[in-house]
Design a protein around this ligand. Structure first.
Ligand SMILES: [Zn+2]
Length: 302
């Protein structure tokens, strides 16, 4: 059976899936280790994985990397949360080691590609697909294709929405992800509750809001306002048919959807809102499926 290997690489984990040409995962494997931050360990693990999967006829490997990549060469510029990978020609090294084609792109791009081909945005174009978690990642997909840029650009989380906003991990100020990231939500909740209590997560704030707790409702209200403002700009730029929200924070989708829609309606140019859908992401392993699609597309274009 012809298949490709799709890899969702999170720095300390590898989620790998053998994906057939219809986009179905035939076999899934997950590894977690802090050592995967080291180049040598990461490369050896992939070599071992390819050997282990020799029962499948794997025609290529696709990797969704947690950082900025030259997508043509598979060259890693840097990974914001994993040190030691700056300016590393991972694609070239892996092609030599694994002896099969290897393609690398940004992980949020892979999420967007998968959701637009097989997930919530299927048949809806343009689609803006966002992952809401520690940061905000995502991409605009037009007719099932990502923008064909040399660098895995589309860093949507680093669009500034406030000129003198908070400092962002990217070095700039006021980026949208400093308003929607889970750290911000936890910090704001703590501030409003004046508590030193540490044992809560975003899911807890969601549950508290469902019970009508004031502090939790304020947190989600602010989150929705900022996200809605940002999306209004995106809507005016791209006139999307769908906005897809995934990632850990999207667990609270049913709570913030009406609030985000309200801000969008108040801030976008109304003709752009015709037929627009705001939907929750649908796929279980979009990182794996997107990375597999990357390989399939690249191999077809050779
Ligand atoms: Zn930023």
């Amino acid at each position: 059976m012809k298949a490709v290997l799709g890899i969702d690489w999170g720095g300390t984990y590898i989620k790998a899936g053998v994906v057939n040409y219809r986009g179905k995962i035939e076999k899934k494997l997950t590894f977690t280790s802090k050592n995967l931050r080291q180049k040598e360990v990461f490369i050896q693990e992939l070599k071992r994985l390819i050997k282990e999967l020799k029962e499948f006829s794997i025609s290529g490997v696709g990797i969704g990397a947690p950082g900025i990549v030259d997508t043509k060469k598979g060259f890693i510029y840097y990974l914001p949360n994993v040190r030691g990978w700056e300016n590393y020609p991972l694609g070239r090294v892996l092609r030599k080691e694994l002896k099969i084609p290897v393609f690398i792109d940004n992980d949020a791009n892979m999420f967007a590609l998968a959701e637009s081909r097989f997930g919530a945005a299927k048949g809806l174009s343009p689609a803006i697909c966002l992952t809401l978690g520690t940061g905000l990642g995502g991409a605009v997909v037009i007719d099932g294709e990502l923008l064909n840029t040399e660098i895995s650009a589309q860093e949507l989380g680093h669009v500034p929405i406030a000129l003198a906003g908070q400092k962002c991990a990217c070095g700039s100020r006021g980026c949208i992800e400093t308003y929607t990231g889970n750290k911000r939500l936890l910090r704001r909740y703590k501030q409003l509750k004046s508590t030193k209590h540490k044992n809560f997560d975003v899911e807890y704030i969601f549950q508290r809001a469902l019970k009508g707790e004031r502090a939790a409702l304020i947190v989600w209200g602010e989150f929705s306002f900022h996200l809605g403002k940002f999306l209004s700009g995106m809507i005016n730029l791209f006139n999307p048919k769908a906005i897809i929200l995934g990632g850990g924070v999207s667990g609270a989708f049913k709570l913030f959807k009406p609030l985000v829609l309200k801000t969008i309606k108040e801030n976008s140019m109304w003709p752009n809102l015709k037929g627009l859908k705001l939907l929750k992401a649908k796929l279980n392993n979009p990182g794996i499926i997107g990375s597999a699609l990357l390989v399939k597309d690249k191999l077809a274009s050779v």
